[in-house]
Design a protein around this ligand. Sequence first.
Ligand SMILES: Cc1cc2nc3c(=O)[nH]c(=O)nc-3n(C[C@H](O)[C@H](O)[C@H](O)COP(=O)(O)OP(=O)(O)OC[C@H]3O[C@@H](n4cnc5c(N)ncnc54)[C@H](O)[C@@H]3O)c2cc1C
Length: 382
Amino acid sequence: MTRMAPKRAAFMASQKPKRVAVVGGGIMGAMTAAHLIDQGATVTLYDPHLLGQGPGASVDTGRSFRVHYGEDQALIQMAAKSRKLWLHWERELGRPLLHTTGKLLIEEPGDRHARDSWMALRRMGLRADRMSQGAVSEEWPGLKTGAATVDRLGGVLDPLVILQGMQVWLTSNGVDFRGEAFDVTSQSVQCSQGQSEFDAVVLTAGAWTRRWTDVSMEVTRQQLVYFDASSLGDRLQRLPVFSHMESGFYAIPTIKDGRIKVANHHPGVLGHPDGDTRQVSAKFEQEARQFLARYIPELADADVARRYVCFYSGTADRDFILDRTPDGLVIGAGFSGHGFKFAPLIGRVLANLALGFETEINLDRFSMSRPALRGERTKLAV
Ligand SMILES: Cc1cc2nc3c(=O)[nH]c(=O)nc-3n(C[C@H](O)[C@H](O)[C@H](O)COP(=O)(O)OP(=O)(O)OC[C@H]3O[C@@H](n4cnc5c(N)ncnc54)[C@H](O)[C@@H]3O)c2cc1C
């Protein structure tokens, strides 16, 4: 368990433990519950499914980790801090969670985003390289991206291993697991076992958040195609995550199943996980194949091992919502397709909000009433 600062530990010891409910057991709810436990709270976690088994956005075989965010120093710092926290969770759960392969940003001629990312990372003392095609192919034989910026701290997080590990950790640290929440207020939750009262309630219900509160976000349908890449043999182990900013396409190698997942980061059409067929269109599959074949030509005819549809909960500016409603319900939502990497940090922030402690990041940017959320829907991918 992470150590509490001595002053705060003394303060908590002198208080009656706070009773806090977390509604939604995706990665954000799991990490919030963990930090609440760490701070001495009594935690009840509501979700109809065991962690890692439901229809939520956190359940998949691989999530990209990166610290590059163009010139956005605040997000870079948050990502770098999250990386340290992931390493802490590796020790805590006793298994590897982050496979550090690097994250490669394919450069277009005159590409400002890649250049800005590289310069910002270097300025902040974080490891990044700009590489020629020759250098890329030498380091990763078979990868033909052209010139690229490589974020050396990037890699692949394994959501299933993380969530299953968190289920065990939270259970052994006394979290009371309940099923589906029916009614949620800032101080009570109702489920099939009845209504319970709490000192604070945190809502981390992803695409289901608007069942209880009117946050400004859109739920969009994101198609995923998993190609069999086992023919790459040992080269798959070292292959970086790679992405193309303008088209939005990206590829994530998932080593344990010998696959490469290809998807697009731009928001898809509106949808919702409940009742969706999770079917991938032939057109999208073709585009995904073309993307993969362009950069790893030997996989042009790779078999499709799986097709799936997952849902982004996106805000207009692609920043998250980390806030309290006027009546005190704590909300963590709108993770806009790039929240997973920040989860251990976000969990700390939401837990501290629930306990009335200061948060380690400035939350103005993540306010639920910020002007940017009143704007038009954007197609910006960050
Ligand atoms: C296709 C895709 C690719 C992504 N790729 C990346 C990536 O590469 N890198 C990255 O950093 N991020 C990525 N993300 C974003 C990241 O996965 C999400 O930001 C994150 O998983 C959101 O977690 P969450 O806990 O907020 O939501 P969820 O995981 O959706 O959890 C919400 C939970 O609420 C539960 N729930 C629903 N109704 C109820 C109820 N009535 N009572 C109780 N519980 C309820 C659900 O069962 C679910 O478990 C991606 C997302 C998607 C969809």
